[in-house]
Write a protein of this length. Structure first.
Length: 277
């Protein structure tokens, strides 16, 4: 299975009627295997009934259902109804590998072409993911199913203008785009970011860097201030500090413009740019 930083290898296509079985199987398999850990039996049966064959086929014929592929295998689906993201499911064995994020990116960009707000109904297992992407809960709902079980979900929204979104760095990865000559990170260096509240940290390695770590803070505008340290290929420990400023690209990705200084060695200063992958 490929690494999902290679987005160019991932394909999203509109589902055709002959792919009905594929969409149905992805949807029902995910509900049965994942939702049973969060919801009682009656709620799971409600979800399955809501995503019934008739509704799925109707949406496919309307041209609003999409499939994402891992090479030649369809492993996820999403339905986009005007400015609402619906029926977003990724097969359990392919979750936490970037496919869901790719479907969300695709859906949000498509909606942003015509709408200023994006809406979705969030299940319990997905809510934290949506919060990290800037969605806010506007309504909370409870449905009492036929056997008396209770189904809870949130109606959520976000502004479709990427430039107005609060940046959340957790789970994002970056690669250097350019660096001054006195720097040591390069195109082969990969940064994996994490965030909790206003604290950010990242591991990085590759190229001239054997292993590195950074930690710092993020302000309300997404600006980062952190210190970093790494072991380079000559086994030297290099330490520095950096201020990093986010810029949104046309495709919604983030580019970080960095001003840094070494705190050991020649204590020289430099600038660099890293871009989200």
């Amino acid at each position: 299975m490929k690494k999902l930083n290679d987005r160019e290898k991932m394909i999203i296509e509109k589902a055709q009627p002959y792919k009905f079985d594929t969409v149905q199987q992805i949807t029902h398999k995910t509900i049965i295997e994942i939702y049973t850990h969060y919801y009682p039996k009656g709620a799971v049966e409600f979800f399955l009934a809501h995503h019934n064959d008739e509704n799925i086929m109707r949406d496919i014929h309307a041209g609003i259902v999409y499939l994402i592929f891992d090479e030649d295998k369809a492993i996820g689906t999403v339905t986009i109804k005007e400015n609402e993201i619906c029926r977003l499911f990724v097969l359990p064995e392919y979750q936490h590998k970037g496919f869901g994020r790719e479907l969300l990116d695709f859906s949000e960009k498509l909606i942003a072409e015509n709408y200023t707000e994006i809406y979705l109904a969030s299940s319990l297992p997905a809510k934290n993911t949506y919060l990290k992407r800037g969605y806010v809960a506007v309504e909370s709902h409870k449905i009492v199913t036929e056997n008396g079980d209770v189904l809870c979900y949130d109606w959520m929204k976000k502004n479709s203008n990427y430039k107005n979104q609060k940046i959340y760095y957790d789970g994002k990865s970056f690669i250097p785009k350019k660096n001054t000559k006195n720097g040591e990170v390069g195109e082969e260096t990969l940064f994996h970011y994490h965030q909790k509240e206003n604290i950010i940290w990242a591991e990085y390695s590759g190229g001239e860097v054997k292993q590195g770590f950074l930690i710092g803070t993020v302000d309300s505008n997404g600006k980062l201030a952190f210190t970093y340290q790494h072991i380079n290929q000559t086994n030297q420990l290099r330490i520095g500090e950096c201020n990093s400023f986010p810029v949104f690209l046309e495709d919604g990705k983030i580019e970080m413009h960095e001003e840094w200084q070494w705190l050991n060695g020649d204590r020289s200063k430099g600038t660099s740019t890293i871009v989200e992958v």
